[in-house]
Write a protein that binds this ligand. Structure first.
Ligand code: AP5
Length: 225
């Protein structure tokens, strides 16, 4: 069956870090709505102009725009064997739209990464990203390198990782995105993973959660009688 995965969790929970690993292990594309928007900002497109100020305030881009972007992305051929959504859905309206977009496809598996607020704030103050390729640094115990080990470009802090913006992003998460836990948690394919452990341990836990959720899909109720 296709692996149609949603990574749910607050800012800094490690959704992007882990989505890249699942992409490498399972050979399905990571779809990060944050990355799509940041690329649009960098390229100066209409979408980027609409999104930039909203993102820098830590607020959410409109549901209509985000649903249109994801609908188009999920229609592409490379999602046939599955995909990893990172940063979408973020509101109940987006989740309802996603169910409609995926009608007739294999069930959605939702993995929620839980991390306490204090650890999130520390992670985001430490995070650096490559200005060119977007690679993320900061998960290890050692110092963050001065330049990207992949492409050599300088590493920078994200504008929305300033502390006051992080507080707003956490507030918006609690208000608009956390209700998605209630939206999904009664599905047999919903799993919660402790994201407050070393990144390799989180990766292993996510692998186990995905396998268990896929097995739950295969369990058919036995016919009565
Ligand atoms: P987006 O880019 O999606 O930001 P986010 O959800 O706030 O998530 P982050 O990217 O900050 O964190 P992450 O969970 O991916 O953590 P990461 O792996 O980087 O969205 C940005 C903005 O775009 C939004 O605010 C909004 O304006 C807009 N937007 C996007 N999607 C939208 C949507 N659907 N609707 C409306 N608006 C939308 O890790 C964080 C740090 O921790 C890194 O330094 C990493 O190295 C480190 N780390 C990771 N794992 C560990 C670990 N286990 N231990 C220690 N450190 C770790």
């Amino acid at each position: 069956m296709a692996l149609n995965l949603v990574m749910l969790g607050p800012p800094g929970a490690g959704k992007g870090t882990q989505a890249v690993r699942v992409e490498q292990e399972r050979g399905i594309p990571q779809i990060s709505t944050g990355d799509i928007l940041r690329e649009a900002v960098q390229a100066g497109t209409d979408l980027g102009r609409q999104a930039q100020a909203v993102m820098e305030r830590g607020e959410l881009v409109s549901d209509a725009l985000m649903v249109a972007i994801v609908r188009e992305r999920l229609a592409r051929d490379d999602t046939r064997d599955g995909f990893i959504l990172d940063g979408f859905p973020r509101t109940v309206a987006q989740a309802v739209a996603l169910d409609e977009i995926l009608a007739g496809r294999d069930p959605l598996i939702v993995v929620e990464l839980g991390v306490p607020d204090q650890a999130l704030v520390e992670r985001l103050s430490r995070r650096r990203v490559c200005r060119e390729c977007g690679a993320t640094y900061g998960a290890g115990a050692g110092a963050v390198p001065a330049a990207c080990t992949g492409c050599g470009a300088p590493l920078v802090a994200r504008k929305d990782d300033r502390e006051e913006v992080v507080q707003e992003r956490l507030r918006v998460y609690r208000e608009q995105t956390e209700p998605l836990v209630a939206f999904y948690q009664d599905r047999s394919t919903f799993r919660r993973v402790d994201g407050n452990q070393p990144a390799d341990a989180v990766r292993i836990a996510i692998g186990g959660a995905i396998d268990a959720a896929q097995a739950a899909v295969h369990v058919q109720p036995t016919p009565a009688g």
